[in-house]
Write a protein that binds this ligand. Structure first.
Ligand code: FES
Length: 106
């Protein structure tokens, strides 16, 4: 069982599903998370900033590596639709992917 904390949403949940993307796990909780390309690795709107537990995430995918080379994914940033969890993580939503209808903590 792993705990996923979304710091600036003030939300957390547990999951033992290590086979699906972080985005899918977040959506399972009815938490809105931007995903403009539908989770196909063709945008960066599902970006998550990893505050703790980077080693508890799967390796960078081809899509993530491409965006890293283009400077669109900085160290500590992952695409929620690409990455899967292996243990506890603390993440937050970057300013560029915040929804106007949701309340974020500072
Ligand atoms: S939703 Fe577009 S890259 Fe993840």
């Amino acid at each position: 069982m792993a705990r996923i904390v979304i710091r600036n949403l003030g939300k957390s949940f547990e999951s033992s599903d290590f086979s699906r993307s972080l985005l899918a796990l977040i959506h399972d909780q009815d938490i809105d998370w931007m995903h403009a390309c539908g989770g196909k690795g063709r945008c960066t709107t599902c970006k998550a900033i990893v505050l703790e537990g980077e080693s508890m995430l799967t390796e960078y995918t081809t899509a993530e590596s491409r965006y890293q080379k283009q400077g669109l994914l900085r160290p500590g940033e992952r695409l929620a639709c690409q990455v899967k969890i292996k243990g506890d993580v603390v993440i937050e939503v970057p300013d560029t992917s915040k929804f106007p209808h949701m309340t974020y903590l500072p």
